[in-house]
Write a protein that binds this ligand. Structure first.
Ligand code: DX5
Ligand code: ZN
Length: 228
């Protein structure tokens, strides 16, 4: 795989439509639709039926998307043993790979993050709404992106949980105090209104499924989230 060009910094606003809300019968067209609508990244939710109670798609789908265009692929692994499957997602063309910190994900978090970076990908770490900031603190020096879940992962179309905003504020303060530069991404229930709340807390990357793929005017939806 070609190593991604590290084009964005945490000072940029990034909108990443989540393919989970797309028409799965027309994945190539849906991908093109999001690119034409001004998406920065395409967010790909991988679910294995173990870590979350849903099954979505895997490396074969991601490779097919990668082969149709050269877009930045933001892969969110909601799976157990992400370390075991990592080589397949790297080979499929992922640019950024995010893994979960919760013990149910069942892997050595530090070594998985190292393996992602060693492969030339950006490394992301995610935490669920119920997981405290302290669980990720030790890894913040080793990541390119922190994904703060704003819903319990597993399904699109859920309501944004404002109660996780303090974790974003903690992540901003930690980044500043330690001279780090990771992105802070939010995922779940994001629309122009909730993006505004998350942006105020310090998030700069916004995953949105229902409010992008789910509407006919995707371009204005993406602009509204970016400008929130
Ligand atoms: C939730 C996924 C999200 C989901 C977001 O488990 O990680 O990326 O697709 O969907 P919306 O934007 O509809 O909440
Ligand atoms: Zn996601």
């Amino acid at each position: 795989m070609t190593p991604p060009v590290k084009k964005w910094t945490y000072r940029d606003r990034i909108v990443a439509p989540s393919l989970l809300a797309a028409d799965f019968g027309r994945v190539a067209e849906e991908t093109t639709r999001s690119i034409n609508a001004g998406a920065d990244w395409l967010h790909l939710d991988v679910m294995d039926g173990h870590f979350v109670d849903n099954i979505s798609f895997g490396p074969a789908m991601i490779q097919a998307i990668h082969e149709t265009n050269d877009f930045f692929l933001d892969v969110h692994l909601m799976i157990t043993r992400p370390d075991h499957f990592l080589p397949r997602f790297i080979a499929a063309g992922a640019d950024l790979i995010t893994v979960h910190v919760e013990p149910e994900a069942d892997h050595d978090v530090a070594s998985t993050l190292r393996a992602i970076r060693n492969a030339g990908c950006l490394a992301g770490l995610s935490l669920n709404p119920a997981t405290p900031f302290e669980a990720i603190e030790d890894f913040l020096g080793e990541i390119d992106l922190l994904l703060v879940m704003t819903v319990v992962p597993g399904f699109g179309g859920q309501s944004f949980m404002p109660e996780v905003m303090p974790k974003i504020e903690q992540a901003v303060a930690y980044r500043q105090a330690h001279g780090l530069s990771y992105h802070i991404e939010v995922d779940g229930g994001i629309d122009p209104d909730t993006a505004k709340i998350a942006a105020k807390a310090g998030a700069n990357a916004f995953v949105a499924g229902s409010s992008t793929f789910g509407v006919s005017e995707m371009a204005s939806a993406i602009t509204a989230i970016r400008e929130a």
